[in-house]
Design a protein around this ligand. Structure first.
Ligand SMILES: Nc1nc2c(ncn2[C@@H]2O[C@H](COP(=O)(O)O[C@H]3[C@@H](O)[C@H](n4cnc5c(=O)[nH]c(N)nc54)O[C@@H]3COP(=O)(O)O)[C@@H](O)[C@H]2O)c(=O)[nH]1
Length: 788
């Protein structure tokens, strides 16, 4: 600022400043001071603008005239320094009035450097101009009117307003207008930055509030004592409470189940109230910075209970002090129902709705644990429907399913609600009964189960008679844990089946012994192959047309050094159950192919080797490869190998069985159906799978001479097989009479002890040579002369 500009205005400036002092300035101290220049008075005056002191003004008033002049000049320069260094724009304006004394405008008397910067004009340009020409203010505008009011009333004005004019370098201004003589002292503060920050905060607050209010989950905030301080709309929906009913009035614990809070409390101070200990339980993790979520039960306003997922977080001050908590919750009724549904699906049998195998095992373990603790007994019943497979195959799977459902319902109706009823396999059920007192009770329950299952079931107009075999084992009498309890009840069920079905069997001391023997045998069987205890025997098969030996059935033999010779009917089922049949079967294949080929070569005869394949072997993935490998290694021609399978294996209609049979046929191997007549195979299956040979089951052959029905079965099988161009062999021929019967019925081949018992490879040559030296024409000579 040029000093001359102010100098010219000096008398007025002083007049106005001094009158402004009366209004806005504070005289803070007055002294009387004596100094060399004379005697005077010092006043310290602080001008407050926008809440800040813009000038500290010391007035030294000398009593002498010279001193007076000097003091005025000094005060003048101090004011200038103060105004010029102010961070705000500062200006002095005098009223421009018309003749009637009305204010028309305000003339610029003084502006500081910040005003120059704000309006982008120099001081020299501004001085003498009026406010309405320098700013967008209109003399008719309301702001102008308020300025006039300041002059008229002496009441200062403090306002904030946005700036829309481009030539003013601020977007928001705060003005403080004070009357100064017949004019105004105006402080312009650029508050654009503060406004921007404020706007940002307001925007953020609005955004946060909108997020809070519109969040798709319930949010409830509390203070550190648990008092609810805010809740969003979703919280209102979830709890059923309106905000005003809870905010500032209730603790978060109002929304929780007292017993649940109590149950999860680690330790409770006896003097603590529900609000205190409950809130502590809810926020225990959050208070130490944990981010865990838990499932709780929310108690709604109407008392209804809703499962919720609740996450509680602590709100902390910048210094790390917990200032409150935020609880975020959502309703998990659907999720829980879904989980329950999925868990039910996974743990229950879909057809009958009964407990499934895995859950049964868990429940049995729990029941036994409780019985152990309370010294009670547990009975486990394994129930297997008799001949269910036969019914299923003959009536169809839909009927089979209905029978299973009916059986499940009958069982459920026969037991207490605390008992467990499970379906663990196709037609196998298990009942677990806790709190059994005596063995008599168990017998009664078992008899009851057998009786309740026995009545006929009406299926699609047919009355089906389904019986059941029940095996029972009692804890702790015959089993010390759940695993053995289930296993032994299963063994007892098999015993019931062996005893004739439609009955129950309780696991006993003697069965315990059998089980122990079985375990010994299982252990021994595991080492049989490695210890070279297995061998193959061969039983000749003869043609009933030529009387010649046409082939032999390879049969496994096991001789244990201590247990002696063990029958295949004993160890083959065990090998199947344990899976040992796979390595044993592989060995049997290779041995039979090699020895069979050697016998063919040694005897120089066109002999076919028959080998048995059990159902478990069909599950072996590389079965076809095993056969192929045995054939290539032995050199046996594939068409000289007969695979013997039971007719029920054709009926399972499973992909893996049918595919393997097809691939065996492609190799050139022959397929023979063993024990024919005992299963449910229809002739269409025989054709479909291009079966080469049928073996009439020994039970029919043995009775053929004495039992008309058996004879009819044998006759029918032979006649129908011939009609289908399938060869027939009768097995288990033991007598001359049986042989004659078969000859008369034109059976193709025969096998049995009457011809020769199964013998070792070495003995087989001798048997065949003896037979070849004594050939008999089957039609003319007694067949008993064939082999001895
Ligand atoms: N998967 C495999 N199973 C095999 C194998 N070797 C045998 N087995 C199966 O074991 C079951 C019992 O066999 P086994 O004790 O050897 O009995 C066979 C014959 O000895 C017996 N047989 C033969 N003729 C007569 C007779 O006149 N009377 C009489 N009481 N028994 C006789 O029959 C059995 C042969 O039956 P089959 O197999 O149905 O032709 C048995 O089921 C074998 O299949 C093997 O290597 N793998």
């Amino acid at each position: 600022m040029k000093a001359s500009a102010l100098d010219s205005q000096r008398p007025w400036v002083w007049k106005t400043i001094l009158s402004a002092v009366a209004v806005t300035l504070t005289v803070t101290q007055l002294w009387r001071v004596d100094h060399g220049a004379g005697v005077g008075k010092l006043s310290t005056i602080i001008i407050m603008m926008s809440g800040t002191s813009i000038a500290v003004w010391a007035l030294w008033r000398e009593y002498s005239r010279v001193g007076k002049m000097r003091g005025v000049e000094q005060a003048h320069s101090q004011f200038l320094a103060a105004a010029e260094t102010s961070l705000d724009g500062f200006g002095l304006f005098e009223s421009v009035r018309d003749e009637a004394g009305r204010i028309l405008d305000f003339r610029v008397l003084y502006v500081n450097a910040n005003i120059e910067r704000l309006v982008g004009q120099s001081r020299s340009e501004l001085l003498g101009k009026t406010l309405c020409t320098v700013t967008p203010m209109k003399a008719s505008g309301s702001l102008f009117g308020r300025f006039c009011r300041v002059v008229a009333t002496g009441e200062s004005l403090n306002e904030e307003f946005p700036v829309s004019t481009a030539n003013i370098k601020a977007s928001w201004l705060q003005i403080q207008v004070v009357k100064l003589g017949d004019g105004l002292a105006i402080t312009f503060s650029d508050i654009s930055g503060a406004k921007e920050t404020q706007e940002r905060y307001e925007h953020l607050a609005e955004f946060t509030d909108s997020v809070f209010q519109n969040a798709p989950f319930s949010i409830v905030t509390t203070d550190t004592q648990g008092m609810i301080t805010a809740m969003n709309s979703e919280a209102e929906k979830l709890t059923g409470y309106r905000r005003e009913e809870l905010v500032g009035k209730a603790s978060l614990t109002r929304l929780h189940d007292e017993r649940e809070l109590l149950g999860r409390a680690v330790a409770i101070d006896s003097a603590a109230t529900l609000e205190e200990y409950g809130f502590e339980v809810l926020t225990a993790g959050a208070a130490v910075g944990e981010m865990e979520e838990q499932e709780w039960t929310l108690i709604r306003r109407d008392g209804a209970r809703t499962p919720i997922n609740l996450a509680v977080r602590a709100v902390t001050t910048p210094s790390g002090q917990v200032s409150g908590f935020v609880s975020i919750a959502f309703d998990i009724t659907d999720r829980r129902q879904m989980m329950e549904y999925v868990t039910h699906l996974a743990t229950h049998d879909q057809l009958t709705g009964l407990t499934g195998r895995a859950l049964l095992q868990d429940k049995t373990v729990q029941t036994v644990e409780l019985a152990r603790r309370y010294g009670t007994k547990v009975a486990v019943f394994v129930i297997d429907l008799d001949h269910f497979k036969r019914i299923n195959d003959s009536l169809g799977h839909t009927a089979g399913d209905q029978i299973l459902i009916e059986a499940a319902q009958r069982l459920s109706r026969s037991v207490r609600s605390t008992d467990v009823v499970a379906r663990v396999g196709g037609d196998e059920f298990v009942v677990v009964m806790p709190d059994i007192t005596t063995v008599d009770d168990v017998e009664q329950c078992a008899a009851n189960l057998v009786a309740r299952l026995a009545p006929e079931i009406s299926i699609e107009g047919h009355l089906v008679h389904v019986t059941a075999s029940v095996g029972v084992c009692i804890y702790p009498d015959f089993a010390s844990d759940a695993k053995h309890l289930l296993k032994r009840a299963d063994s007892a069920m098999y015993a019931a089946k062996e005893n004739g079905r439609n009955q129950f069997q309780i696991f006993s001391e003697s069965m315990l012994k059998e089980t122990a023997e079985r375990l010994t045998m299982e252990h021994a069987l595991r080492h049989a192959l490695g210890n070279k205890e297995l061998s193959m025997h061969y039983q000749p098969q003869i043609s009933l047309t030529t009387g010649r030996v046409t082939g032999m059935e390879a049969l496994l033999r096991w001789t244990h050094p201590r247990l002696g010779s063990i029958s295949p009917s004993q160890f083959i089922p065990l090998a199947e159950e344990t899976g040992l049949i796979v390595p044993i079967g592989e060995w049997a294949f290779m041995t039979a192919c090699c020895e069979g080929k050697a016998l063919r070569d040694e005897l120089d005869m066109d002999l076919t080797v028959s080998i048995n394949l059990s159902p478990r072997q069909f599950q072996q993935k590389n079965l076809v490869h095993v056969i192929e490998h045995s054939l290539s290694k032995s050199g046996l021609s594939p068409d000289k190998l007969q695979i013997e399978i039971t007719e029920n294996m054709l009926m399972v209609n499973s992909e893996h069985v049918l595919d393997k049979l097809q691939r065996m046929r492609e190799l050139g191997v022959r397929i023979s159906i063993d024990d024919f007549g005992t299963g449910f195979c229809s002739f269409s299956y025989l054709l479909e799978y291009q079966v080469d040979r049928l073996k009439i089951d020994q039970s029919f052959v043995k009775k053929a001479g004495t039992d008309a029905n058996a004879a009819a079965v044998v006759r029918t099988i032979i006649a129908m097989s011939h009609g289908l161009n399938i060869k027939v062999v009768a097995e288990g021929v033991e007598t001359d009479e049986q042989m004659r019967f078969l000859l008369r019925r034109k059976c193709d081949e025969a096998q049995g002890n009457f011809i020769a018992k199964p013998v070792s490879q070495a003995e087989f040559c001798e048997v065949v040579r003896r037979y070849a030296n004594n050939p008999s024409a089957p039609e003319s000579e007694p067949v008993s002369g064939l082999v001895r």
